[in-house]
Ligand binder design. Structure first.
Ligand SMILES: Cc1cc2nc3c(=O)[nH]c(=O)nc-3n(C[C@H](O)[C@H](O)[C@H](O)COP(=O)(O)OP(=O)(O)OC[C@H]3O[C@@H](n4cnc5c(N)ncnc54)[C@H](O)[C@@H]3O)c2cc1C
Length: 414
């Protein structure tokens, strides 16, 4: 039975799981959360449904700036997907698989996930302090954790303060400063799983239109990332799942001062689009160029697409020249625009970069710099793809940090 007195900084996904595991292991646990409630970000996950994890967990789904990522194997050897599914099952949450391996709570309610975590923390008599931001931590023979309201003392600290993404939901980057004060270093942090700004000149008129297509990211002419699905045009640029999927690489390049462009294939279903357009033009007796495209792409996209290749919208479809038709094929299958930026931190779902992994023990998640300090969740230099991978990382690392901070041996659930 652990005699640890553990203070957890951050009542998010990783901190709540760490609290449950360490309290089950006998530790006296206090969670300190800067917002008025715990688990606020969880409530926003998966559009309020909480995409808890994914059946396709694999190392290639996670990213780090560190050269060595043996932490992946160490973490998932101790707490993999099945362990997290079991953990939630015991709390009353069965999971259901929806599209492409994504797992959700059966009720499709993120609030259910927060509720069961909260109920278990209460049952385990974990002290939950809200509305207090930790501004400083000191360590002599024990930890002194200072908040806006008072000072807390503990034998161990678990730093679970998240990254910088969506500060409105709690994680505002203050955790980095706490770690740095202890001598930890950070890799460069930048927003990921985020919408992209582009220089497409007709954004205002196409705003709100969607295409089921493929988006490809380029460094000059070199393809560097691609993803498919529903792409949404907005007044600043592009959004939608495939855009979020390629955003990590685009955002990193922006951060490095590198330029990128994207090409959108709006009609990937046509193998030979030119042959298809010839047939369509032959059937379009009396139609104009813009009428030719009605029913093929979103109507709001027709005028910008034709303008981008200098085809008069009133021109008779049958008068479209071969070179104009070929330019149209290019615009429909590779609509090109430069990436000019990303949206702000408040729109990003995850932070890339963070506390250097070389300074954290891969197995126990203990700091290699300060004894009895443990680090878990998004604050570390690890981020996952969109689709449940980030919550899985937060839950798994929270589980491990909670286990080792409280003694490291018990699998006892009571
Ligand atoms: C809109 C949105 C949707 C998402 N959807 C999904 C999804 O469906 N599936 C998925 O896998 N991932 C999703 N994510 C990502 C996922 O939510 C995060 O990766 C995960 O919550 C990180 O957990 P964490 O515990 O490390 O950090 P957080 O959840 O950010 O928790 C950190 C907590 O620490 C508190 N805190 C920070 N600093 C201090 C301080 N100094 N003192 C006291 N408290 C502090 C914060 O208020 C916060 O509550 C989404 C993210 C967003 C923003």
């Amino acid at each position: 039975m652990s005699k640890s007195k553990i203070i957890i900084i951050g009542g998010g996904a990783s901190g709540l799981v760490a609290g449950i595991i360490s309290a089950r292991n006998g530790a006296k646990v206090t969670i300190i959360e800067r917002k008025d409630k715990i688990g606020k970000k969880i409530l926003a996950t998966g559009n309020g449904r909480c995409n808890i994890s994914n059946t396709d967990i694999g190392k290639e789904r996670y990213h780090t700036e560190n050269q060595v990522f043996d932490m992946y194997e160490e973490v998932f050897a101790q707490c993999d997907l099945s362990k997290i599914i079991e953990f939630f099952k015991e709390l009353g949450i069965d999971v259901v698989e929806l599209e492409s391996g994504k797992l959700y709570p059966m009720s499709l309610q993120a609030s259910a996930v927060v509720d069961v975590l909260h109920l278990e923390l209460v049952r385990l008599k974990v002290a939950i302090i809200t509305d207090q931001e930790v501004s400083s931590i000191e360590y002599a023979d024990q930890f002194k954790v200072i908040t806006s309201e008072r000072t807390y003392y503990g034998s161990h600290v678990i730093l679970a303060a998240g990254g910088k993404s969506t500060p409105d939901l709690g994680s505002n980057g203050t955790g980095y400063a706490l770690a740095e004060k202890f001598g930890h270093t950070l890799t460069k942090v930048y927003p990921s799983i985020i919408q992209l700004k582009t220089d497409f000149p007709y954004l205002r008129s196409v705003k709100g239109s969607k295409v089921e297509g493929i988006i490809s990211l380029y460094d000059d002419n070199e393809l560097i990332a691609t993803a498919s699905g529903e792409i949404l045009f907005t007044d600043y640029g592009l959004s939608g799942p495939p855009v979020l999927d390629i955003s990590r690489i685009a955002s990193k390049r922006i951060n490095q001062g590198l330029t990128s462009s994207v090409q959108i294939d709006m009609l990937p279903c046509f193998g030979d689009l030119d042959a298809y357009l010839i047939k369509r033009i032959n059937l379009a007796s009396g139609k104009t160029a813009s009428e030719l495209l009605i029913g093929l792409i979103n109507k709001r996209l027709i005028m910008p697409v034709l303008k981008s290749v200098d085809i008069d919208i009133h021109k008779k479809a049958c008068d479209i020249t071969k070179s104009e038709r070929q330019a149209l094929v290019k615009a429909l299958s590779a609509l090109s625009m430069n990436v000019t930026g990303t949206n702000q931190w408040n729109q990003s779902q995850v932070t890339s970069g963070g506390i250097n992994l070389a300074e954290i023990d891969s197995k126990t998640l203990a700091s290699k710099i300060i004894d009895h300090l443990y680090i878990c969740g998004e604050i570390m230099d690890v981020d996952g793809d969109c689709g449940g991978f980030n919550l899985q990382w937060a839950f798994s690392t929270g589980y491990i940090a909670g286990l080792y901070a409280s003694g490291g041996i018990s699998e006892n659930n009571n």
